[in-house]
Every structure is written in structure tokens, then in C-alpha cells.
Design a protein around this ligand. Structure first.
Ligand code: NAG
Ligand code: NAG
Ligand code: NAG
Ligand code: NAG
Ligand code: NAG
Ligand code: NAG
Length: 311
């Protein structure tokens, strides 16, 4: 993909007076009836806009001494505060445990309106089905969000991650599912990875929709030999080398090997034309503007944030 010059248009239009209001729920009409996430339709529509190709600037930092567990059914609203550990917590060499994650999500948990600072080794671990809404990772260490457990389904709506030298979304679950929509990724190695050598391996399923991704190596790595399914649609990308790499995964902890790249009819299910995947040229298409936004949200996308905008 060719190098582009980014001109980012002001992205948080006056929240209350948006001229064009596009209605969509979660990951859009295509996400409609889904037997495995049937209860999702019952959730109220998000109260934050997405995607936004610009990072919020938190006004407060919470330095944690230990991980926060978000309980089943609990909605943790961080109110755009930055959460992190003490300085020097990022060690990309070390394999992170749940204790190294800033947040752990128990089944049925929701985390919302949170900024994860750079002082951490692991961002969030999803230990069961959970919702991750409007969460921003300022400097990803090992992974931003890791899925664990049996058939874990994570639903990511809005938010962003930058400087993920390695990966943003990592699925280590047994037979899990990821749905990522309205997300902004800036500078990453791999956007989504289905674990290539976990001890327990099964088919995983990911859908990436309405994301903006800039400067990365690849949008996905999947294991066709475990029948993984990968979809990407309605997205804007720039300076990303590849959409998906296919590797032969294993369950004996050896290094997986690459067998192909790009779409096919079985595992990597996308078509750039049909699925509206375009070059990001600075203008956010298909931005969702909530009807009833959080009133306080706008103040976190200040003028100061402009210095972090890519040009
Ligand atoms: C972390 O520990 C320090 C020192 O014991 C304490 O001052 C601080 O309030 C603790 N932070 C949190 C978020 O509990
Ligand atoms: C990006 O991550 C690398 C490696 O962790 C770190 O050295 C660097 O300071 C980070 N850069 C930014 C802009 O956050
Ligand atoms: C692109 O991403 C890589 C890390 O993945 C980073 O080292 C590099 O600085 C980024 N380039 C730009 C122009 O931001
Ligand atoms: C994978 O997820 C997509 C999107 O939710 C769904 O349409 C598809 O049926 C899923 N595949 C399997 C095998 O469950
Ligand atoms: C790929 O996965 C299958 C499970 O479908 C496994 O039986 C097989 O050994 C794996 N292939 C290789 C070459 O490791
Ligand atoms: C992709 O979709 C377009 C439009 O539907 C179609 O014309 C084209 O043949 C498709 N490409 C492949 C490789 O299937």
C-alpha cells in the first residue's frame, strides 16, 4: 500500500449538533441476528461516537497497585481516566499473567470509557464473554486485549490502540470469537492474532468492521488448519502491508509456519470491493454519532489532542 499523507478532519463534531446522524447498532446491520451473541441486541445503543482517528487526553491518572477484576454483570465506567501501574511495568519479553493485566473481565463484564496508560505489561484480559467499549490503549506493551477461557466472546466497540509493537487483539481462548468494530489502530505489528501454538486449540472466529488502521504489518493471523474464520469489512486502512496471514498452528508450543496470505473462500472471508475496504485518506467514513452522547465526553478530545494527530 502506498504511503499516504494524513489530514485528519476534526473528528468529534459538536456532539449535540451533528448534521448527519447515521444510526447503527454495535457492529451494524450485518451483525444482526447472531445465535451466539443473541443477548447483544438487547443492549442500549452506545453513547459514544466511533471510530475516532484521534486519541483522547485524560485529565486524571489512576496508578494501580494491582489488577482490577470486573465482576459478572458489572459495568465499569472509567470516565476517560487513565489507568496504569507504576513506571517500568512493560516488559515485552515476559509472558504476562492475569495479575499483570490492568483489568480482568469476568464473564458478563463490561468495561467502558477507559484509557490504559503505558505503564503496564498486559492491558485487559477477557476471561469470559465481555464488552469492551470506548477503551483506548496509549502504548501497547505485549497485547492490548487478550481473550482466554472456553468459547469466550469479546465484543469491542469504539476505542483505539497505538504503538503495539507486537499485537493488539490476541485470542488465546478455546474456540472463541472476537467482534471488533469502530476501532482505531495506529502503529502495530498484528491487529488480531488467533493463537498459533496454545496448548488447547480450536476454531476461532473474528469479525473486524468499520475500523481505521494505520501503519501496521498485518490485520490478522489465523490458523486455517483449525478452521478459523476471519472477516473484515467497511474499513479504512493505510500503510498496512497485509490483510491476513495464514499459518499452520499447533498445540505443542512450537513456532507456527506461514502457508499463505490474502482472501480465500473458507477462512479469510473478505473481498476488498464487496466489503468496502478502502484506503484511509484522513476522512472518517461511516462514523457513528450517538443520539444521546455522554455530555462530558467531548472535553477529552481537546486541542491538545491535535498534537497527537497524524499528518
Ligand atoms: C497504591 O499503593 C500506594 C502506597 O501503598 C497508595 O498510596 C495508593 O493509594 C495505592 N493506589 C491505589 C489505587 O490503591
Ligand atoms: C513504542 O513502544 C516502544 C517499545 O515498547 C517504546 O520504546 C517507545 O517509546 C514507544 N513509542 C511511543 C511513541 O509510545
Ligand atoms: C509505524 O509503526 C512502527 C511500529 O509498529 C513504529 O516503529 C514506527 O515509528 C511507525 N511509523 C510511524 C510513521 O509512525
Ligand atoms: C463467525 O462469525 C460470523 C459473524 O458473527 C458469523 O456470521 C459466522 O456464522 C460465524 N461462524 C461460525 C462458524 O460460527
Ligand atoms: C493443524 O490442525 C489440525 C487440527 O485440525 C491438526 O490435527 C494438525 O496436526 C495441524 N497440522 C499441523 C501440520 O500441525
Ligand atoms: C470481489 O467482489 C467484486 C464485487 O462484488 C467482484 O466483482 C469480484 O469478482 C470479487 N473478487 C473476487 C476475487 O472474488
Amino acid at each position: 500500500m502506498k504511503l499516504t499523507t494524513y489530514v485528519i478532519i476534526p473528528l468529534l463534531p459538536a456532539l449535540s449538533s451533528a448534521a448527519v446522524i447515521r444510526r447503527q447498532f454495535g457492529d451494524g446491520p450485518q451483525g444482526g441476528a447472531d445465535s451466539t451473541q443473541g443477548d447483544l441486541a438487547a443492549r442500549p445503543p452506545p453513547r459514544f461516537p466511533f471510530p475516532i482517528a484521534r486519541f483522547p487526553v485524560p485529565s486524571e491518572t489512576v496508578v494501580l497497585n494491582e489488577t482490577i477484576y470486573i465482576q459478572p454483570g458489572q459495568v465499569f465506567d472509567g470516565h476517560m481516566k487513565r489507568y496504569e501501574f507504576q513506571e517500568g511495568s512493560c516488559n515485552e519479553q515476559a509472558e504476562g499473567t492475569d495479575a499483570d493485566a490492568v483489568f480482568n473481565l469476568l464473564p458478563g463484564a463490561t468495561i467502558r470509557n477507559v484509557v490504559i496508560g503505558k505503564h503496564q505489561a498486559e492491558g485487559i484480559h477477557g476471561l469470559g464473554d465481555a464488552w469492551v467499549e470506548n477503551v483506548w490503549w496509549e502504548d501497547v506493551c505485549e497485547d492490548a486485549l487478550t481473550s482466554k477461557g472456553l468459547n469466550t466472546q469479546l465484543r469491542v466497540i469504539g476505542g483505539g490502540a497505538r504503538n503495539a509493537t507486537d499485537k493488539i487483539f490476541q485470542d488465546n481462548s478455546l474456540g472463541g470469537k472476537f467482534s471488533i468494530s469502530g476501532f482505531y489502530a495506529d502503529s502495530f505489528g498484528t491487529f488480531y492474532q488467533s493463537c498459533g501454538n496454545c496448548l488447547n486449540q480450536a476454531k476461532r472466529n473474528v469479525t473486524i468492521q468499520n475500523v481505521i488502521a494505520i501503519n501496521g504489518t498485518r490485520m490478522g493471523i489465523i490458523n486455517p488448519n483449525y478452521s478459523d474464520e476471519y472477516r473484515i469489512k467497511d474499513s479504512q486502512v493505510a500503510d498496512v502491508d497485509r490483510y491476513v496471514d495464514k499459518e499452520i498452528g499447533n498445540n505443542v508450543q512450537t513456532v507456527p509456519y506461514t502457508v499463505g496470505t490474502g482472501p480465500d473462500e473458507k477462512y479469510a472471508l473478505y473481498n476488498l470491493t464487496r466489503d468496502h475496504i478502502t484506503e484511509f485518506e484522513g476522512e472518517v467514513l461511516n462514523q457513528y454519532i450517538p443520539e444521546n452522547p455522554y455530555e462530558w465526553l467531548g472535553e477529552y478530545w481537546t486541542e491538545e489532542a491535535d498534537s497527537t494527530v497524524r499528518r
